[in-house]
Design a protein. Sequence first.
Length: 302
Amino acid sequence: MQLFRYTLFGLMISFLLASCARPIAKFTSSQTTTSAPSEVNFKNESKNGETFSWDFGDGNKSSAESPAHTFTKSGQFEVTLAAQKGKKKNLYKKTITVTSPSVCLVELSTIHGKMVIQLSDETPAHRDNFIKLVEEGFYDGLLFHRVMNGFMIQGGDPNSRNAGSDTRLGSGGPGYQIPGNFETSMAHTKGSIAAARQPDTVNPERKSSGSQFYIVHGGPVNESALRRQEAKMDKYYSPEVKAEYLKNGGTPFLDGLYTVFGKVISGMEVIDKIAGVQTDGDPPQGSSRPKTDVKITMKVIE
């Protein structure tokens, strides 16, 4: 009986000590120095915490126990974890250093998610023009006004900002064109971004639109299609481009006709989501405009 009392007393003491224990916040991260954009995984190593609050130092927060977070710009970010138990709270902080990317990157956001686009140094005029327009906020509020599943999603017409549902879109621009730059290494594989342009009948030099662009959705591609396109262009694809076409698909019949100036390196699933939206139908019945507006915002990742 006395042994039982001692055992019960010991359990009660242990329970009281556990209930009175203060939370101790602590975490580790997969990286402490990285280049934007970068996903950092956080492992919660706190003790006695019941709820957790994260502040990533860039305006984003989380209540997950061990979250992952993508830093989309450079800087030093003080990440704070608050471990709480009842009214007791403890903080732990660590600085994550994010350096500027070594390549030109743009983040494109829509209601369907975000994409990160890497611009190519092989098409410098298109790269620099696109960066200029993004930094000016030119694209913010414009629409993906032409969407064709299995082909591409097109945007960049300034007339699409606040456009009524009956507004005919696709002819607007910033008032200038850019000379075409047709690099064999820059092919129309899925996720590639290319400049739209007027047809050959009025634009025999195949100059690019100053602002309109499309992102390739495309479809499956086989070896015979690539051989036919090589014969048509009288040029050969590199093994890397061929492998990407065969793996991810695309629209090789556009190669050599339109300037490709970058590619989506993150958020390929967003292309699929946008390509799958309902439209008013393809020409001649419709204009391939989404029935629900898909608005664009962009920013340069620095």
